[in-house]
Design a binder for this molecule. Structure first.
Ligand code: M6R
Length: 639
């Protein structure tokens, strides 16, 4: 690599670096670059980790079950030689448990080739049988080792046939033609020091462009310390990086091109910045996340302008249904947005979990606008739903936080949230930014279709502009909710109630607690209580209630107050999140946490924040790792 660490090529969850060789200069070497990339990518999967480098002795590899720190210990005990080319991987197990053996890299061609993989290879059993017949043996339970075996076998065949040139790239092209499923594969071979090859189908991979060095990563955080120039790859592409070159082709060797983009955040944005965890930092990033997402959306005449929304206006005017597709927290953002979009635009809006969508024969056509919400832009369930919707003729707008990711690339248009990198597995700032972006979309459609006057839109925009400061007020006065969370560390179950826009907020509050504190938590529509869930209430059961504003529509507030009375009468401990000035709830609550006043539809941007802080405090009091909760991964790139 250039600069202070020599000339290298390396690849990262998958990370790699390729550099020119020892003669090119001193520096960290590929291993340091790869380990730094893995540290930044560990949030994507953390049940085992491994690296491989090409040294003068050939391929050398270390891998270890457990978090990256275990691999660091292994490398300290058994160091790797200096190298200019390396690959590394952190794993979230699919085939085979999280053991040393199953960790990546996997070796092939008698240990001369190393390969790492994200995704699932669906025809691995058939390929394994075929390769076993040819005399190959396998030591792990993984589909990845089969991919390595196949690549090694194809490489040897080319070599035995006397083929010349870049055999590793040719072998990977052939291997990718044989593989079914979703995969990103990265490989190095000791015959080709200074080269890393990669292939992708339905799984993320970006290239980082350096000077005298190039990188590969599952996302740009893998190489953000070294470059902010990145290239997004298309579907079914192969890329070969060397210190000075990046060559892209399809699986059949036809030359192809990627799209270069600039990463608009730097390494500091992906650091904890003095907070105890990424999650805490990201909760504190929320005023900025909302503010940045709102930035530059109006012209001087006060019209809402969404430059990125490159869908013909006549199509947007003719939309007769909106379907929001998302998973997890992003789906709750969609559920919040549904209230606003239907109210502002009068367009029927459905919110569907992406993984359910295409299996229910949905009614989707050219007049349907699909809004796909995804922080990562790589959630496979959502990607597949997007593809299905487009096949049915729908136009798809992605709301996404990650530049260069697949879902925006495969959508008709994208509205980026500008929350900055979200590293903690539990989504926080992305949620608020998604609601903000979906509201912008709703207002834009209302403007376009004439449902709202310009001054009405300007009023909502002014209310939105006031939200960041209000979030900051909550953050500055969070001690009571933190203390409450810590006090509840021994709770076996916490229920959450909300109504109207408070309902998805309640479900999001419950999800945060499940993910982080591993306790039973459920969000209910407050009105649904009497239809069953009230049977769960017993003496001492904590219930968090998201109270609608007193100025919310009809008698919503009074009805939720009645719900609070009903559960208190049955022994619940009530923790109420209410609008400042709403003293009416004090008589019925053990604990009240006040948030600043806001219009009803904007309240989720505020009421969610204490629930995030509550979950963080409770999980921290239990001593859990809030950034990397068990069994989870940040980006769910398998179906
Ligand atoms: O990247 P995406 O927004 O598509 O991810 C969707 C969900 O996997 C994600 O929101 C998940 O539920 C989070 N762990 C929630 O905190």
């Amino acid at each position: 690599m250039g600069r202070d660490h020599g000339r290298e090529s390396s690849a990262f969850d998958a990370v790699a670096e390729a550099a020119g060789g020892e003669s090119a200069g001193a520096g960290h070497g590929a291993l340091d670059v790869v380990m730094e990339g893995l540290r930044r990518l560990e949030y994507r999967g953390y049940d085992s980790a491994g690296v491989a480098v090409i040294s003068e002795q050939g391929i050398e590899s270390r891998k270890k079950a457990g978090k990256l720190s275990n691999l660091v210990g292994e490398l300290a005990a058994d160091p790797l030689p200096r190298s200019m080319t390396g690959i590394g991987h952190t794993r979230w197990a699919t085939h085979g448990g999280p053991t040393d053996q199953n960790a990546h890299p996997h070796l092939a061609d008698e240990g001369r080739l190393a390969l790492i993989h994200n995704g699932i290879i669906e025809n691995y059993a058939e390929l394994k049988a075929e390769l076993t017949d040819q005399g190959l043996t396998f030591v792990s339970d993984t589909d990845t080792e089969v991919a390595a075996g196949l690549l090694g076998h194809l490489y040897r065949t080319l070599r035995d046939q006397g083929a010349e040139g870049d055999l590793l790239t040719r072998a990977l092209q052939q291997a990718c033609q044989r593989l079914e499923g979703a995969f990103t594969l990265l490989a190095i071979h000791e015959d080709q020091p200074g080269t890393v090859v990669a292939g992708r189908r339905n799984s993320p991979l970006v290239v980082g462009l350096g000077e005298g060095e190039n990188f590969l990563g599952s996302d740009v955080s893998g190489f953000i310390d070294f470059t902010r120039r990145a290239v997004e790859l298309g579907q079914d592409q192969i890329v070969t990086i060397t210190p000075d070159d990046v060559v892209i082709s399809d699986f059949y060797g036809t030359p192809a091109e990627g799209t270069e983009f600039h990463v608009d955040w730097d390494a500091a944005a992906a650091e904890k910045g003095g907070f105890a965890s990424f999650m805490e930092k990201e909760i504190h990033d929320q005023p900025d996340a909302v503010g940045q997402t709102l930035l530059g959306r109006s012209d001087t005449a006060g019209n809402l302008v969404l430059d990125e929304l490159r869908i013909d206006e006549s199509i947007l005017r003719s939309v007769d249904k909106i379907v929001v597709l998302a998973c997890g927290t992003s789906a709750y953002a969609g559920q919040v947005a549904k209230y606003a979009i239907e109210h502002w635009c009068r367009i029927p809006t459905e919110v569907e979990l992406s993984h359910e969508f295409r299996y229910r024969d949905p009614i989707v056509n050219e007049k349907t606008l699909v809004v796909a919400i995804s922080q990562s832009g790589e959630t496979m369930d959502t990607l597949m739903a997007v593809r299905y919707a487009r096949e049915q003729g729908a136009k798809v707008v992605a709301i996404c936080n990650t530049n260069g990711s697949t879902i925006p690339r495969e959508s008709d248009a994208v509205l980026y949230t500008h929350a900055g990198p979200e590293i903690a597995v539990a989504s926080t700032k992305a949620f608020l930014a998604q609601i903000t972006a979906a509201y912008l979309l709703g207002l834009y459609l209302a403007q376009l279709r004439g449902n709202k006057y310009r001054d009405e839109i300007a009023d909502v925009m002014a209310d939105l502009a006031a939200i960041p400061a209000k979030i900051q007020t909550i953050l500055d006065n969070a001690d009571t909710i933190k203390a409450l969370g810590a006090d509840m560390a021994n709770a076996k179950s916490v229920l959450f109630l909300g109504r109207h826009v408070g309902f998805p907020v309640a479900m999001e509050g419950a999800l945060k607690l499940k993910e982080l504190a591993y306790i039973h938590a459920e969000g209910f529509a407050a009105g649904e209580l009497k239809h069953g869930p009230i049977a769960l209430i017993e003496q001492g059961q904590p219930v968090v209630v998201v109270m609608p504003s007193q100025s919310a529509r009809d008698s919503l507030h009074a009805k939720v107050v009645s719900n609070v009375q009903e559960i208190r009468a049955r022994g619940a401990i009530t923790i109420v999140i209410a609008e400042e000035g709403d003293t009416s709830v004090e008589a019925y609550s053990e604990h009240v946490f006040y948030v600043p006043a806001s219009p009803t539809l904007l309240a989720p941007l505020l009421t969610t924040v204490p629930l995030q802080i509550f979950a963080l405090a409770l999980a921290s009091a239990k001593g859990y790792d809030v950034d990397q909760p068990r069994n989870l991964a940040k980006s769910v790139t398998v179906e």
